[in-house]
Write a protein that binds this ligand. Structure first.
Ligand code: UGA
Length: 438
């Protein structure tokens, strides 16, 4: 099949590359010329394990272009994978999706199915189909289908090629057949066919359920600290119950990334738009906002303020395996440390550059100048009065007590439970984590 994909972010590019891997001819379209040139030279614009290798392997079936006119003219199927960022009021910004829809409507020359992969509010697919029909320039038949994406950053390729399920939301047999054909090479993955609105809802309900699970376990962890229980023992005991499951029960300093924060707010907004309050999700959002400051609050046990202290921060990205910083707890904490008077040294294996840019964008250069970006963990910890851990990178998890010896005072506040408690017991180390006590 000839497939066009609009948007070369995580969703668009990974889908395109995996579709090419199963034998389709894929044209990846983006408005960002720099990004397109980078991909033409065989490089991936995002840090994602296995992606660049698959780009090279399937090079002959992959085209990267800014020329959407040509791409949409010849496609049997067009995937929309552009972003739907959060608006100030919490609702999803659909302007990128509609821009693409308009470009498709103005340029298609044959019947085709437009597949919305972007996460969009329930009912959007219906509206996009009507919009495209009203904007068409040629007498062709266009159907819109919903096909939400469940990949996670850092494991995007594996999650696409070995997805837990493929959800297809359609209103007619023709669209279902075309999508089944597109996914023909994805073996042993259950295909769930629903109507368009249910497919859109499956995406939000799944992401929000996972966010809820994290906020719930974070609250249980907070309570564990107060009553002397250990969250890891608790989740281990809970996880044997198949109805609960043992995944996504890691307590920490809250979820970040481009999806959970945005999708929880979007569903909350959508509910209130329909005069309904989705209380569980509202609570998940609130708990997550507070959880991000958990370590900062813990630091008050040791110092009244961070004024004049050297603070080491290990890990900046919202999770390991990605260079993405969107909604990362580090982004709200580092400015807080600086405001509190600290000299902050940070380390991340891949996220420092993006962090620097985000700080410049969201705060100011003055604040950023007070942050020292280190190349090595050792250099970051040297002479530090306190260490905060925000991301469980393997390099951080591999640290041993002796690696912290060059700190002035060994106080470690671990927001991702990177170490076994017994590693630090009996040593002259003050170690705090989430939901556990030494
Ligand atoms: C998430 C979902 O997991 C994907 O299924 C979904 O397709 C994607 O959003 C999306 O909508 O595009 P992602 O944001 O890449 O994927 O990252 P996750 O691995 O889900 O982690 C999100 C956040 O939750 C991270 O900050 C992570 O540290 C945190 N988390 C995760 C916990 O605090 N505890 C856990 O047990 C698991």
């Amino acid at each position: 099949m000839n497939i066009a994909i609009a948007g070369t972010g995580y969703v668009g590019l990974c889908t395109g590359v995996c579709m090419a891997h199963t034998g389709h001819y894929v044209t990846c379209v983006d408005i960002d010329e720099q990004k397109i040139n980078l991909m033409k030279s065989g490089k991936s614009p995002i840090f994602e394990e296995g992606l660049e290798e698959l780009m090279t392997l399937n090079n002959e079936r992959l085209t990267y272009t800014t020329d959407y006119i040509n791409a949409y003219q010849n496609a049997d199927i067009i995937f929309i994978g552009v972003g739907t960022p959060e608006k100030k009021d919490g609702s999803a910004n659909l302007s990128y999706v509609y821009n693409v829809a308009k470009q498709i409507a103005h340029n298609v020359t044959k019947d085709c199915v437009v597949v919305v992969k972007s996460t969009v509010p329930i009912g959007t697919n219906d509206k996009i189909e009507n919009f495209i029909k009203s904007e068409l320039k040629k007498p062709v038949t266009i159907y819109v289908a919903s096909n939400p994406e469940f990949l996670a950053q850092g494991t995007a390729i594996r999650d696409t090629l070995h997805a837990s399920r493929i959800v297809i939301g359609v209103e007619n047999q023709y669209s279902e057949n075309i999508l089944r054909q597109a996914y023909n090479g994805f073996k042993d993955i259950p295909i769930v066919v629903t109507n368009r609105r249910s497919a859109e809802m499956i995406k939000y309900a799944s992401n929000d359920f996972l966010a809820l699970k994290i906020s719930y376990i974070n609250e249980i962890a907070n309570l564990c600290e107060l009553i002397g229980a250990d969250i890891q023992e608790v989740t281990n005991g809970m996880g044997y119950d198949e109805r609960i499951g043992d995944k996504f029960l890691n307590a920490g300093i809250g979820y970040g990334g481009s999806c959970f924060p945005k999708d929880t707010k979007a569903l909350h907004w959508l509910a209130s738009f329909h005069d309904y309050e989705i209380k569980t999700i509202k609570a998940a959002i609130e708990v997550n906002e507070q959880q991000k400051f958990k370590l900062f609050k813990k630091s008050r046990k040791y110092y009244e303020s961070l004024e004049g202290l050297t603070v080491a921060v290990l890990g900046l990205t919202f999770k390991p395996g990605t260079d993405d910083l969107r909604e990362a707890p580090s982004l709200v904490n580092v400015p807080l440390f600086v405001d509190d008077g600290a000299i902050v040294k940070v380390w991340d294996p891949v996220g420092s550059e993006a962090f620097k840019n985000a700080m410049e964008r969201e705060h100011n250069s003055e604040l950023n100048e007070k942050v020292e970006y280190c190349d090595k963990i050792e250099e970051t910890l040297k002479e530090a009065d306190i260490c905060f851990i925000f991301t469980e990178w393997p390099e951080i998890k591999a640290l041993e007590p002796k690696d912290f010896n060059n700190m002035k005072d060994v106080i470690i506040l671990d927001g991702r439970n990177c170490y076994d408690l017994n590693v630090f017991s009996g040593k002259n180390i003050k170690y705090e984590s989430i939901g556990r006590s030494l």
